[in-house]
Design a protein. Structure first.
Length: 411
């Protein structure tokens, strides 16, 4: 597998330093821009000294093998590039991805392009691969063009940085098992081709075979990457859709909480003044018969002054609990003030409402905890305005309260 070079065919010339400089510059430019590209994807955790050391060691090793005056093995050169790129990826300590995933595509791309180039050189000059690889000039120019091609690809890939970040963020690379298997087989295939070049480089059909097979390999690689790109776009849309659904769910949850806070009294659990006004307005718009009962709790001020506000709060909650046990699901009890409540009774008029509340009052007064209240009623046949209905019920409540006090004083 070792090719001996006849020094009479290619003596050491004054162009060797220029070729070495050209190779070193192209190699360092491709490597450094690759690291820069990784840093733009937010995957690189820098270790500057280690990275610089591995860069110069890899370039030095590749230069010594590429410009060896005694022999040049294509498979050995590719193996050295593979090891150097793998070592570089290991030193980088990348986050959100593995070293394998960062260098394998890069290696396949560069080697496939290089094999195409030396095949084109051989076919264009009517020379065998042995002659092409025996000349330092063709060796250096072909590998430099391959390195520049890789650099150009990285420059173009900057346009798709958001998609690359999306693939890494969503963990999609791990899902492309077929692509990973394809790249592994591609590496094995490329090494097999390089060994074929070392074993029988003089066969005239080998350049044509290498050119056709590696062009096909490049097209397949590009096809996979384009497919990954479109999958990332789809995934971005799905991710945005999921984020939107989560945002809507959170907004809906906050809205329910706010609506519950706005429509319910925090202390007693009864409906709020806002809900009572909206409910009455809705019933008026629907021209539904309903009654409004205005309550005022007796003894609340006395309880607050004598036993404290905590006991007064308990008195309010007990009234609401007792009322909820006696009203229908369609009825709505709302607290509109300190000790003032409103009960909305759909399908009832004032007469029916008075009868129901008097029955409820007798049952509550006979309970373990005596709850005393005054009430007044009005119904939707008396007014078509919320405030007028409430004022009417409130006035009747005060009238009934005065009559009740009068009877108590006479008694």
């Amino acid at each position: 597998m070792r090719r001996t070079i006849n020094h009479s065919e290619e003596p050491m010339s004054d162009t060797a330093p220029t070729l070495i400089l050209l190779f070193v510059v192209c190699n360092l430019a491709e490597n450094l821009y690759h690291l820069y590209f990784l840093s733009r994807m937010d995957t690189l955790t820098t270790r500057p000294l280690s990275l610089i050391l591995i860069q110069f060691l890899s370039v030095a090793a590749q230069t010594l093998l590429l410009f060896s005056p005694h022999y040049f093995s294509l498979s050995l050169f590719y193996g050295l590039i593979f090891v150097c790129q793998f070592a570089q990826s290991m030193v980088c300590r990348l986050s959100r991805t593995t070293p394998f995933e960062t260098f394998i595509v890069r290696f396949v791309q560069m080697v496939a392009v290089h094999l195409c180039l030396i095949s084109i050189f051989a076919l264009h000059s009517d020379r065998s691969l042995d002659e092409i690889l025996s000349m330092q000039t063709s060796r250096v120019f072909s590998i430099c063009i391959a390195l520049c091609f890789g650099l150009l690809v990285k420059l173009l890939n900057r346009l798709f940085l958001p998609q690359y970040r999306s693939i890494l963020d969503h963990g999609q690379i791990k899902d492309f098992r077929f692509f990973k298997h394809f790249t592994i087989l591609s590496v094995i295939y490329l090494f097999a081709q390089s060994i074929l070049c070392d074993l029988d480089p003089s066969h005239l059909l080998i350049p044509a075979f290498l050119l056709g097979s590696n062009l096909l390999l490049i097209f397949l690689l590009v096809g996979y990457l384009v497919n990954i790109y479109y999958i990332s776009l789809t995934s971005d849309a799905e991710h945005s859709y999921d984020e939107l659904n989560r945002s809507l769910a959170q907004a809906d949850s906050r809205l329910r909480i706010l609506r519950h806070s706005a429509y319910h009294d925090e202390l007693t659990g009864a409906f709020s003044r806002v809900y009572a006004f909206q409910y009455i307005g809705t019933l008026l718009e629907q021209h539904t018969l309903f009654a409004v009962v205005y309550f005022d709790l007796d003894r609340l001020k006395h309880i607050n002054d004598t036993h404290g506000h905590q006991q007064g709060d308990h008195y309010l909650c007990s009234f609401v609990d007792q009322m909820h046990h006696h009203i229908r699901p369609s009825d709505a009890l709302a607290r509109i003030g300190g000790d003032e409540f409103v009960l909305i009774l759909p399908g009832c008029d004032c007469v029916m409402a008075d009868q129901r509340i008097e029955e409820i009052g007798r049952e509550i007064e006979q309970g373990e905890e005596a709850l005393l209240f005054s009430f007044g009623t009005s119904d939707s046949t008396e007014a078509r305005d919320v405030h007028t209905l409430l004022e009417c019920a409130d006035q009747r409540m005060y009238t009934r309260k005065k009559e009740r006090k009068g009877r108590s004083e006479h008694a």
